[in-house]
Design a protein around this ligand. Sequence first.
Ligand SMILES: Cc1cc2nc3c(=O)[nH]c(=O)nc-3n(C[C@H](O)[C@H](O)[C@H](O)COP(=O)(O)O)c2cc1C
Length: 313
Amino acid sequence: MPSKLSVNIGRLRIENPVMVCSGTFGYAEEFRGLTDIKKLGAIVTKTITLRARAGNPMPRTCETPAGMLNSIGLENPGIDKFIKEKIPVLEKSGVPIIVSIASDQDIDEFPALAKKLNKINAVGAIELNISCPNVKHAHKVSGGGRLIAQDAQATSDIVRSVRKATRKPLITKLSPNVTDITEIAMAAEEAGSDAVALVNTLIGMSIDVVARRPKIAQGLAGLSGPAIRPVAVRMVWEVYQKIKIPIIGMGGIMDTESALEFFIAGSSAISVGTANFINPRAATEIISGIEKYLRSNKIDSIKELTGSLKCRS
Ligand SMILES: Cc1cc2nc3c(=O)[nH]c(=O)nc-3n(C[C@H](O)[C@H](O)[C@H](O)COP(=O)(O)O)c2cc1C
């Protein structure tokens, strides 16, 4: 019997639809003792690349009105060290692990990474980060300066190549820095993605007016937090009209009410990001809040809430 809160992402069944976003929950060990990790629906890891990356120079985060900018630059230990040292710790949480991957220099690294993860039972799904705005070479369409997630054909090619390399459920993470996100979502679906995750950060900039320098060393950075929520909700709603595969919604989810907005707009599951830095228990509190909302509104399953927006026509 499926429970009120369980949902499927391809062949991956998660007990509740609340995850934590890539890059905002480390490798989970950082949150041990701060929150009840085993209650989470799934953990999405920091994005992993083939080789270790030191990330971008400091400063690489700053606060902004109702949000933050970051330009971490995909700091990570590289796939082999990740598999050896981080997977065994993540596995102990008992929660499905979704590994986020990205290319570092060459887009062929996507299928190579997926092949390495294919052999590992503890990996419940793979998330393709084709939308990180903070790396110079990775994710770029060959010969151009665009992100893979800004080009429908490039998105399709990557998803197809990874689809051939693994049987694990695939989630494609989309960028809000596009004119029409539905085109990219449809390309991902058509190429065999089991779900789409949206949104990654919006490209932004903050300036220190005394120094007349960008507050982030790299200049441009990714904006996250409540400031981006209305944009993210709008994009989930637009994508929901166009695809059949599940949407994992994110962007400024801080509490139960903001999480519910994403379900009503069309998300099958949601992910908590920046909120983890302010309240490490945000995700688990949202799980209880959703249960309470379903009970008090006499809704039998979270699936009934997905896309239940009533539009004024
Ligand atoms: C500090 C920081 C690091 C992030 N690192 C990653 C990353 O490695 N891979 C990725 O796909 N997204 C990364 N993101 C984006 C988040 O996963 C998420 O898509 C975005 O922040 C929007 O959600 P939020 O507003 O709830 O934070 C990062 C975000 C932040 C704030």
